[in-house]
Design a binder for this molecule. Sequence first.
Ligand code: SIN
Length: 483
Amino acid sequence: MTINDINNQNLLKAAGFVGGEWVQADDGGTLTVDNPATGGIIARVPAMGEAEARRAIMAAESAWPSWRAKTVKERAAVLMAWHQLLLENEEDLARLMTLEQGKPLVESRGEVRYGASFAQWFAEEARRDGGDIVPAPRTNTQIRVTREAAGVAAMITPWNFPIAMLTRKAAPALAAGCTAVIKPASQTPLCAIAVTALAQQAGVPAGVINLVLGSGTVIGSELCANPAVRVLSFTGSTEVGRILAAQCAPTIKKLALELGGNAPFIVFDDADVPRAVQQAMLSKFRNAGQTCVCANRIYVQNGVYDEFMALFKERIMALKVGNGMDDGVTIGPLIDGAAANKAAQHVDDCVQKGAKVLCGGNALGGNFYAPTLLSDVCDDVLPCCEETFAPVAPVFRFTDENEVIKRANDTIYGLSAYLCTRDLGRAMRVSEALEAGIIGVNEGIISSEEAPFGGIKQSGMGREGGTYGMEEYTEIKYTLLGF
Ligand code: SIN
């Protein structure tokens, strides 16, 4: 399968998109897009720079007044058309995603539907965001509180969910009346191009969506420094998030940062163990372990440790590693060689400090790493302080509730956390005690368009999705009316 097998060739532009035009880099430079499963080159796209990013911002700034002036109903109609087109092109988009990102085709199809859902959800949400009338302190006055579009929003999107993270940012921005400049990850520009082409087809006016392809450092610096950009939304590592936040400080932008995680997944003695294993599989191995909300540290209480490990091992050994295009494959390649090396480094560190490898534990060549189960892991290991972002499951033993809460919270991250228990009191108590923006109780997949996604501590700020997702792209205005 190559990009020539994509049915809708309009999705393949090999160009950026600025002011309604498909454009090349000023200096004609390109970057290659590689297939992480084969190492082969799939396509070349323009390597744009600072000047092109500046033009994209100017295009977004000029398009803003007329887009903002449209009725919410008009903007919602465009988003609904985009949603429909994303669904109609599901198979092509999924193939493009598997080609450039590597995840199994069945997961790519799921991501296209997940990504499309944000366009529909925010089209609906925008129409209900009418503001508030607040009781005033004096007679003959009224306090009117409205939410207004913040302006030009810049979005830096990641390679692990190349469609859903783009729509999760762009849909609320457009619904709110903002215009967008999008910089997708260099590894996965083809999905971003295709989704932008569908936005154009859906009737998004020229300049309302702009796409700038190329180096994150160069384009990111312009997006952060340019005073016309009012919002910066970024999904990626905490390390890069810190740099972007510092670069945005001089122009005091609104920031929405969805950064790294290091999710604890806690299984108590009173859990339904088969269900806990099932949910741990979903949480840990989705996208080959390359999600910010992946279980990174699995804590299992002594009473169910052996039962959990036996079942977990059986399920992990049944995973099929391979090219995501092939039937039955459940674990694709990691995004690149550095990611496979990091997996090996984390496993080696655990093993050197006493952990046992129950299955996997080895590189499989290219960007592939074997799904790995590690038992009796101690707390002084790399997965306790960094995201592993690979199909590696380190399992720790614990004795009691207070102890595990302390260990789970002992991290700078606070994106998601999971617990499995049949005791409702414990579920409530532990959910409250865990320091994370998202908690899954007996559930390993917590993302949906209806729910607010985002973290606390150094996992970031702001929320995407849910009713809260529009707040990142709006400013509150209070008007005191005297009469
Ligand atoms: C992420 O890993 O950044 C997003 C995952 C999700 O939306 O579930």
